[in-house]
Design a protein around this ligand. Structure first.
Ligand SMILES: [Zn+2]
Ligand SMILES: [Zn+2]
Length: 205
């Protein structure tokens, strides 16, 4: 499976495109890049978008969710526990953090955690990793992890926002530390890293 970042602006979270070289099918994680930037990347890579995956429901991860669904006609998925955040500016913390009322339409499908997503001949597992939000998830591929706001390079997601819990996040992080050390980690903010590097250098693990 291949992965690239599609640039987005300002406070927006990292927007990743994942695709399978054989089927040329692609999934987008955390819709924050513009329709034109996503269209250009799809063209450049010669792939077709089949769905949008959300790591959690905070506003900085859903900015272009509806615009991309409208442009590409694809479904979007989120963990059940974060589903209501999409339409609620208090729960998605847009009202609190940027003074805007960001509302998006409901997701087209909900996860409970543990689902296997197929992308051509490859698979991604939805890992339930609550703590930053109740419905935070990570996506695990063969040799990589897309970690949302659960794990960053040398940091972790904040737990002081509604629904956050330090003890719950700690347990989720303990689970991620059991992944193979060379697993490449693609966080919701900042640069990519590996599990091994974080076990050595992350003061929160
Ligand atoms: Zn974020
Ligand atoms: Zn967040």
């Amino acid at each position: 499976m291949q992965l690239c970042t599609i640039p987005a602006s300002g406070f927006a979270a990292n927007c990743y495109l994942l695709w399978d070289d054989v089927s040329r099918q692609a999934l987008l994680v955390d819709p924050t890049a513009s329709v034109s930037a996503v269209a250009a990347t799809l063209r450049e890579r010669g792939v077709t978008l089949t769905g949008i995956l959300l790591t959690h429901g905070h506003f900085d991860h859903i900015l272009t969710l509806d615009a991309l669904r409208d442009a590409f006609g694809v479904p979007a998925y989120i963990h059940r526990a974060d589903a209501e955040m999409l339409g609620d500016p208090v729960r998605n913390v847009s009202a609190l953090l940027v003074g805007e009322q960001i509302r998006r339409r409901p997701a087209d499908g909900l996860w409970d955690g543990g689902e296997t997503l197929t992308l051509g001949e490859e698979t991604l597992t939805v890992l339930s990793t609550p703590g930053h939000t109740p419905g935070s998830v990570c996506f695990r591929g063969k040799d990589f992890l897309v970690s949302g706001d659960t794990l960053f390079d040398r940091s972790i997601g904040r737990t002081d926002l509604p629904g956050g819990s330090w003890s719950v996040l700690s347990a989720s992080l303990a689970g991620l530390c059991l992944l193979p050390g060379d697993t490449r980690v693609y966080p919701g903010h900042g640069p990519d890293t590996t599990i091994e590097e974080q076990i050595k250098a992350n003061p929160y693990l």
